[in-house]
Structure formats: structure tokens, C-alpha cells
Design a protein around this ligand. Structure first.
Ligand code: ACM
Length: 536
């Protein structure tokens, strides 16, 4: 019988697996640098970190193994392999047996952590293994983001004759402060494509966000296909602020966004803003209009002039269809009804409207969210208020025992200008430089009890931005600070310490081609050591 060399190797590998013996080769004695895990530039800062002052060698002998009982954990392993391929151009095998595995990353399912939080994880980095334990795939996914941040941006080529990325050893125990860690994107004032939204999702996931709220409709445009009311997108999907051509998501597009977000353990929240902010809907279907004027296409940036007719049955038939169609495409538990700045809706009509729409949302098994004005209606305690402007409304939400999403405009609005130099943005709530966005306490802001607070959501309104690079300019770096406020324990947050870690995000942001605002408050550690402001 004749054996080829490769089949002989394959056989001996199988034999080795069968007898679970170690491959016959020299153990590696890599002289890795003595790195300190507690000094790593992690954002958000983990709950506790301990260093053991050696390192795990990420290299061509690394493999990933995931909990055998879970497809979701397998997906987390594949996600990590995919990111490693991008970052270090290496194919790291996932759940395949091959004999040269010297340094294994185990992603392990641990029920004991579920008692703390479904998103908690424990990361143990040894010299020859990394063990990531989590109660759920979501927890494992958050832990993977920590691991990604620990990979040096350059390989060490002086250790041995192939590239090695040393990962500092030690352990990290980590849990989120808030369960709801959100960003909002206004795709109505200016439209952003599926690919652009995906890029935003990539960046948010890296910093452990778990919510993306899409503001899908406003006076200037309607961005989601509704099959039973096709003129919404035929007529109002092609307008936006200024003279640009708008755009909209077909239901298939929207499903792609929802699915991509789910792969990143991010929940999509759809918003249909009403009864105000509805000019685009009324341009498509004038029967909906309640402000007594002939609806005309609007490309400006004023607010508060439009309203639905709150006393017409057709309006509620329309809303029922819209909520039904969008809810069917949205696996997440929430539906956002807007409800802000309905300045031309009479107060009683507004209350009547919100009460009716809440019932519609609940009929489709969704939890209603609305901007803080909705607390003036008789809403259910299961509904959620998003505090953006009125402290009185936030206090009323507490009195009604509602949960609150924290988006105070003077702290958390990503569309406020940073300072006088800002190229984009508005300033009606003041300037929001990077330190102002970070130095506040969402867990006790305006004395709102922490038990009422779900977490921060950072809204990005798009009146002044129309490209992904302009979006990035306003969102980054401030969105990174909100990630830390949302995730990290108050005692672990410190501006001076954060500032240094933020400066070290520059290589990642540049690798991702993110047009972040190079705030002069931060010392940016770019790969090239050339300040970003001097490039271009
Ligand atoms: C808002 O900024 N109108 C919620």
C-alpha cells in the first residue's frame, strides 16, 4: 500500500486526536514583552482588570474554539475570525481540529455569569490560551470587542521570524452599567444608505452599543417602504433637506440593516415621528394632514408646523398599517412614535392621539417609546420616555413610574457643534465639546432616580450633514465617550484617564477610515505621528 506524504500527516493527526496526545514538536519559548493589562487603552473601561505581566501570542498557530452546544457562540467565533482577518490578515480557524494549535482562544458558555447580567463576560488571558466566558452570545460578543481592542496595531517582528501580536495577560471581569446603550441616526433630513448605516453599526458595536434607533420619517422625507401606502416613498422618498435626492429603504433593505445589526448584537428601533414632523407623509397622502394648509414639499429645517388630523379614522387606519408593516420586519421589542414638537396640534388632540397610537403599538406587541412630550398623555407604565429637552417632562415620567432614555440635548446630542470651529452641526442647545459630552453623570442627572434610567441614547440629527464622513465628524469621538458613560461603573470613569485612552483610538479610527473630529482637547496618537489636522 502506498501512502502519500499528506495522507500520512492527516492520519497521524487523526491518531493524535483520537489518543488526545500532543503534536510532537518543540514547545515554543517566545520571549514576549512584559505588558501590563491594566494599562491597556480599553473603552469602555472594564469593571475590574488584573495583570499577570506576560502575554498571549496571537500568531499563525492560533485557533478559535467555541461552546459546542451553541450556534450563536459559533457565530461569535466566526465574527472574531473575520475581524482578525481584516486586522492582521490571518485566517484563524474556528472550531476545526488541526494539530499545530499552540495558542487557543476558547469562547465558553458559562451559566454562572447569567446571574450577574446576560451581557457580562469574564476574559482570562494566559500565555498559551485565552478563555472568554459569557452567559450568552451577546456577552461573548461584548467580550470579543474587548479582545479586539487588546490586539496591538503592529505585529512584533523581533520575537521570532514570523509576526506575533502579543496580547497582555491577566483577567477582566466586566458587566454593563446600563442595559440600553443607544445611538440614533436621522435618515429623514438626509438619507444614509444601507452600506453607510452598516459602517456606523460596525463602529458602534466596537464600543459595545446595543441599540440603533433610526429616525425614519420627518417633514422633509419618508424613508421606509410601506406596501399598503406606496406613495409615501414614491413621492416623499426622493426629497430631503436642500436639493439632494433623498432615498429610502425598501423593506428588503430594512431587513438587511436589521439582520446586520443583529449579527452585531444591536437592536434596531424604528421611529415614525407623529403627529408633528409629518409634512412628508401628508405630501404623499394629503388626507392625513391636519394643519389646514395644502401640504407642499419641504426642504428647509424649521420644525413644528405640521400635524396629522387627530380626529380622522383614516389617520388611525394609516398608522395601523404603518406600525403593522414595520413591526413585522422588526424583531426588537420597541416602536418609537416620535411625539416631539407637535406645536400645531391642540393639547387635547395630542393627548387623544398619543393614547390611541399607544394602543396600536401594543396591538403589534411592541413597547412604545416617544420623546419626552409623550408623558403629557395618559400613557401606560410599560411605555418609555426619551428625555431630550424638558426636565419637567422627565420628572413627570418618574412620577408616572416610566422608564427613561437619557438624551439631554446639551450633553448627548451628537449634532451640536463641538465649538466655534465646528464645520457641521447646530448650537441651539449650546456647544458640546468632547469633555462636556463625557463629564456628567447619566445615573443621577437632574436627580432622576437610577432605577428609572434605561441608559443614554446619543441622537444624531442630520440637518447639516449629508455624507458618512460628515456623520463621522459629528459622531466621533463623542459617541465613544457615551459608550463609556453607558457601560463603565461611575468609579471607573475619569476624564484625564479617558482622554489618554481616547487619544489612543486614533489608529483604529484611521484604519476604519473614520473622519473623526481631531478635538484639540485630545492628544491623538496617530500611527504616523502626524496630527490628523495636518494631513490631507
Ligand atoms: C427633538 O430633538 N426634536 C427630539
Amino acid at each position: 500500500m502506498h501512502y502519500s506524504k499528506s495522507s500520512a500527516i492527516a492520519f497521524s493527526c487523526i491518531a493524535m486526536l483520537f489518543f488526545s496526545c500532543k503534536p510532537e514538536k518543540e514547545p515554543r519559548h517566545l520571549n514576549l514583552p512584559k505588558t501590563d493589562l491594566t494599562q491597556a487603552d480599553l473603552i469602555p473601561k472594564p469593571s475590574t482588570t488584573e495583570a499577570t505581566y506576560s502575554a498571549f501570542p496571537l500568531d499563525r498557530f492560533t485557533a478559535i474554539h467555541t461552546a459546542p452546544d451553541s450556534l450563536d457562540f459559533n457565530d461569535v467565533g466566526l465574527f472574531l475570525a473575520d475581524k482578525l482577518k481584516d486586522l492582521i490578515q490571518m485566517d484563524v480557524p474556528v472550531n476545526t481540529e488541526f494539530p499545530n494549535q499552540e495558542s487557543v482562544i476558547y469562547i465558553h458558555h458559562s451559566n454562572s455569569l447569567s446571574k450577574i447580567n446576560q451581557e457580562s463576560y469574564f476574559l482570562k488571558i494566559n500565555r498559551d490560551s485565552i478563555v472568554l466566558s459569557a452567559a450568552s452570545a451577546a456577552g461573548a460578543f461584548r467580550g470579543i470587542q474587548t479582545l479586539r481592542q487588546l490586539i496591538p496595531s503592529k505585529a512584533s517582528d523581533s520575537i521570532i521570524d514570523y509576526p506575533v501580536w502579543p496580547i497582555p495577560s491577566g483577567s477582566i471581569n466586566d458587566s454593563p452599567l446600563f442595559a440600553y446603550r443607544g445611538a440614533m441616526l436621522d435618515v429623514a433630513r438626509h438619507f444614509f444608505t444601507v452600506e453607510e448605516v452598516k459602517k456606523y453599526i460596525d463602529l458602534l458595536a466596537y464600543y459595545k452599543y446595543n441599540i440603533l434607533h433610526l429616525h425614519l420619517t420627518d417633514d422633509q422625507g419618508w424613508r421606509i417602504e410601506i406596501k399598503s401606502w406606496p406613495k409615501l416613498t414614491e413621492i416623499s422618498g426622493v426629497t430631503e433637506v436642500g436639493s439632494e435626492p433623498g432615498g429610502f429603504y425598501t423593506q428588503e433593505d430594512y431587513k438587511i440593516i436589521v439582520e446586520y445589526a443583529a449579527q452585531n448584537h444591536i437592536t434596531i428601533i424604528p421611529e415614525v415621528d407623529m403627529p408633528g414632523h409629518t409634512n412628508a407623509a401628508s405630501v404623499a397622502y394629503p388626507i392625513l394632514n391636519g394643519n389646514g394648509k395644502t401640504p407642499k414639499i419641504y426642504r428647509g429645517t424649521h420644525v413644528g408646523f405640521s400635524t396629522f388630523d387627530t380626529h380622522k379614522d383614516t389617520v388611525y387606519t394609516f398608522i395601523d398599517d404603518v406600525v403593522r408593516e414595520i413591526s413585522a420586519l422588526t424583531p426588537g421589542p420597541y416602536f418609537h412614535i416620535g411625539g416631539d414638537e407637535s406645536h400645531v396640534t391642540k393639547k387635547d388632540d395630542y393627548i387623544y392621539f398619543v393614547n390611541k397610537v399607544e394602543q396600536i403599538v401594543q396591538r403589534y406587541d411592541k413597547i412604545m417609546i416617544g420623546w419626552d412630550e409623550i408623558v403629557t398623555a395618559d400613557i401606560d407604565t410599560t411605555s418609555i420616555a426619551q428625555f431630550w429637552s424638558s426636565t419637567d417632562n422627565a420628572k413627570m415620567a418618574v412620577a408616572k413610574n416610566l422608564k427613561i432614555i437619557m438624551s439631554p440635548a446639551n450633553k448627548a446630542y451628537l449634532d451640536m457643534k463641538y465649538d466655534l470651529e465646528s464645520e457641521y452641526g447646530l448650537n441651539w442647545a449650546g456647544y458640546v465639546p468632547v469633555d462636556t459630552a463625557y463629564i456628567w453623570k447619566p445615573e443621577s442627572y437632574k436627580n432622576i432616580p437610577q432605577k428609572n434610567i434605561l441608559g443614554i441614547e446619543a441622537p444624531l440629527w442630520s440637518e447639516t450633514i449629508s455624507t458618512i464622513s460628515e456623520l463621522e465628524y459629528l459622531a466621533f469621538p463623542r459617541a465613544i465617550g457615551f459608550a463609556e458613560l453607558n457601560w463603565s461603573q461611575p468609579e471607573n470613569r475619569d476624564w484625564e484617564n479617558y482622554k489618554a485612552r481616547l487619544g489612543n483610538q486614533a489608529p483604529f479610527l484611521e484604519k476604519m477610515n473614520v473622519n473623526y473630529y481631531p478635538s484639540p482637547l485630545i492628544e491623538w496618537k496617530t500611527e504616523s505621528e502626524i496630527p490628523k489636522t495636518l494631513k490631507k
